[in-house]
Design a protein around this ligand. Structure first.
Ligand SMILES: [Mg+2]
Length: 229
């Protein structure tokens, strides 16, 4: 898919786009279950709980910290856990999650291409800044010139319009000269287009197409399929 002429900025999503979040999260859950003496094979259940609570965060119904707490309570079946107790459990999951981060093979070449063409490159992510920056550094993806645009710090998560306007003003670019690339239809494609940007939907092999994606939506299965003129 072609990057339109006149493009000055590329916004990349992070999890599922540049870094293999699911691989790391699965390792975290498996280690957690082993440590806590829970049955194994609970990755699907954790992923469902994570998506549900993270969507509530994106809708402004729970804080970023709150969704972590609630995911632990629900997964462990322990609604009685205090915030501190739940976060202590979460920290143990995070230790393995962090140790299991890995970049997708196409991430570094794509970021390098964008930067070498003199484009502004921003990472527009609904994660918290400190963790997301560490994630890029640990996987060798944090390059000179890139700008971290974490919506927890920007003040409004994707797909709120303020997330995209905040990102564009941080980079000093307009919507007509910005392209967003990511693996979430609502956050990385539909939301950016409503804000006036172009957007490319990344649907990696083995990942289910999301419910609201139009049938005729062109997709790329790898960042290598993006054509830079
Ligand atoms: Mg993503």
């Amino acid at each position: 898919m072609l990057i339109p002429a006149g493009t000055r900025a590329i916004l990349y999503d992070l999890d599922g786009t540049l870094v293999d979040h699911d691989h790391a999260a699965r390792a975290g859950v498996d280690a957690w279950c082993a440590e806590l003496g829970l049955p194994d094979g609970q990755w699907d259940r954790w992923r469902d709980i994570e998506r549900r609570w993270f969507t509530r965060f994106e809708q402004g119904r729970v804080s970023h910290l709150g969704q972590r707490i609630e995911r632990c309570r629900e997964f462990l079946g322990r609604p009685d856990l205090s915030d501190e107790e739940a976060l202590a459990f979460y920290e143990r999951y995070l230790t393995v999650y962090r140790a299991s981060w890995r970049a997708f093979d196409d991430a570094l070449p794509s970021l390098t291409q964008a930067l070498s063409r003199g484009l502004h490159v921003g990472i527009l992510t609904n994660g918290a800044e400190t963790m997301q920056r560490r994630k890029l550094e640990a996987t060798g993806l944090w390059l000179d010139g890139m700008v971290m645009l974490a919506t927890v710090e920007l003040g409004a998560p994707k797909p709120s319009p303020e997330a995209y306007s905040g990102a564009m003003s941080a980079l000093g670019v307009g919507a007509g000269e910005t392209v967003m690339i990511g693996d979430s239809w609502p956050n990385d494609v539909a939301g950016p287009r409503r804000a006036g940007m172009s957007a490319i939907y990344l649907l990696r092999d083995g990942v289910a197409r999301e419910r609201h994606v139009p049938r005729d939506e062109p997709v790329v299965s790898s960042l290598e399929q993006i054509v830079w003129e």
